[in-house]
Design a protein around this ligand. Structure first.
Ligand SMILES: *Cc1c(COP(=O)(O)O)cnc(C)c1O
Length: 457
């Protein structure tokens, strides 16, 4: 099917959980009230969705009898409501800055619930982590020396992990190769103020297979460490569990059919997040635990035999379906007989994949506020932010709208909780930062907003 020579029918509607679908289809006026009150774009967060995601992962771990420690990777979304939801559901937090650490502490997190896996920690950050005995993943021999230099003489045993850079990640600047891990272990034999708790890695990409390979490398180092007299208790596999934004069949069809002219740039981006992957985070974890590590032994079997806890720091996977971003359309402008640009109000740094030379391959949902006088013809358009930068574009992809959007209507991007919300936000053009609020059900079961702050949810 074509529209002025442009194919439609390869759309990418987001997968929506029922609470979100209900809000968008049945409560448009409520959404409009909220945007009127708090501005555009408006970030809405559902802390209960994070708890549901966590329960799904814990279900897999418990079923396979794997001792575990799950930490929410706070950098994916700094929402205090999400951090609190993770803590109250029994998870820990992976903090990567002094501010994240302080937020976590103000939310009541004890040091045992905290890990710091980030690569470049300041000495002030080290100090506050040590003050509360949070677990520290040491990224390099250099960091280990800094940490030792900063330890008080009477420090109790401070727990640490050593971050491995697996062999197939040799170009990565994160972690250290196996021989450097062994070098650090030798250094630790003489340092009883630090306690070696185990190994950590975090890989780019979303394949469980690469984690199995890294686990095998870590296993060899665990054996070496035991021979050296250490008692490691955990292997930490980091994050990178993939989530599903759109239906996998539609996604494959879209990728197969897309062409350079589908983009206003005339170019298909080189890479995309796997928006329509085949595995949910729970499926992914199940595959990982069942995978063969060595001599017919599964990952789950290895961990049990060695008495090791499986730690992980999912970010995106815990924010699946936990947030949406609502933009208000400020103008729909014709660029030619067959093309339009839709300007949205406020910073366009949400849903920000275009800034990484990629594209958020999920269609926004139009919530019409004004009824079109007559049935309007479909239009195609790309989406731009309010600023004067030519690159300030939310979607370079030509989007097809069966009903022409109008100024004042809302465009909603679903599932923006994972990195699409506060990664690039700023006050460009002095436009205020987007508001972020938590959505909870009131006593009558109606969606209600509460501030995303320390005390109030
Ligand atoms: C970003 C990050 C994570 C979380 O990654 P996701 O892909 O969001 O799950 C976990 N660990 C480390 C070290 C990270 O840098």
């Amino acid at each position: 099917m074509t529209l002025h020579g442009h194919k439609i029918g390869f759309g990418l509607p987001p997968i929506l959980r029922s609470a979100t679908a209900d809000l968008l289809t049945r409560h448009g006026p409520l959404l409009l009230d909220w945007v009127t009150c708090y501005g555009s774009p408006l970030n809405l967060v559902w802390p209960d969705a994070l708890q549901k995601n966590l329960a799904a992962l814990k279900g897999v771990l418990t079923e396979r009898r794997v001792g575990h420690a799950v930490y929410y990777g706070v950098k994916v979304n700094k929402s205090l409501g999400l951090m609190r939801a993770a803590l109250s559901a029994g998870a820990g937090l992976d903090v990567s800055s002094l501010c994240e650490l302080r937020d976590a502490r103000r939310l009541g997190a004890e040091g045992v619930r905290l890990v710091a896996t980030g690569p470049a920690k300041t000495s002030a950050f080290h100090k506050e982590l040590i003050d509360c005995s949070a677990l520290i993943s040491v990224d390099s021999p250099e960091e280990l020396e800094d940490l030792i230099d900063g330890l008080p003489a009477d420090a109790g045993p401070q727990p640490i992990l050593l971050r491995l850079r697996p062999r197939d990640q040799s170009k990565s600047r994160f972690g250290m190769p196996g021989d450097a891990v062994v070098h650090c272990l030798a250094r630790l034999t003489a340092e009883n103020r630090l306690r070696f708790d185990g190994l950590h890695f975090h890989l780019s990409g979303y394949r469980w297979e690469t984690r199995v390979a890294a686990l095998s490398e870590a296993a060899d180092l665990i054996t070496k460490a035991r021979r050296m007299g250490f008692s490691p208790r955990m292997i930490d596999i980091g994050g990178g569990l993939p989530i599903q934004y759109v239906d996998q069949v539609k996604y494959r069809a879209h990728l197969a059919a897309q062409a350079p002219e589908d983009y206003r740039t005339g170019k298909i981006p080189d890479s995309f997040y796997p928006y329509g992957g085949t595995l949910s985070p729970a499926d992914w974890l199940h595959r990982l635990l069942e995978a063969e590590m060595s001599q017919g032994q599964s990952v789950a079997g290895y961990l049990a035999r060695e008495g090791l806890t499986l730690a992980m720091e999912p970010g995106r996977a815990l924010t699946d379906q936990a947030a949406i971003t609502v933009f208000r359309i400020s103008r729909v402008k014709a660029l030619g007989p067959d093309s339009h640009v839709i300007f949205v109000e406020g910073s366009s740094f949400s849903a920000c994949e275009t800034w990484f030379a990629s594209e958020f391959l999920v269609d926004p949902i139009l919530v019409p506020v004004t009824r079109p006088a007559a049935q309007s013809p479909p239009i195609r358009a790309y989406l731009a932010g309010h600023s004067c930068l030519d690159e300030d574009v939310i979607s370079n992809r030509w989007l097809t709208f069966p009903i022409a959007p109008q100024a004042g209507d809302l465009l909603v991007y679903a599932n923006t909780g994972g990195y699409q919300m506060d990664l690039l936000e700023n006050e460009f053009h002095r436009h205020p930062m987007p508001a972020r609020l938590c959505v909870i059900d009131d006593a009558e079961g109606r969606a209600t907003l509460v501030p995303d702050t320390i005390g109030e949810v």
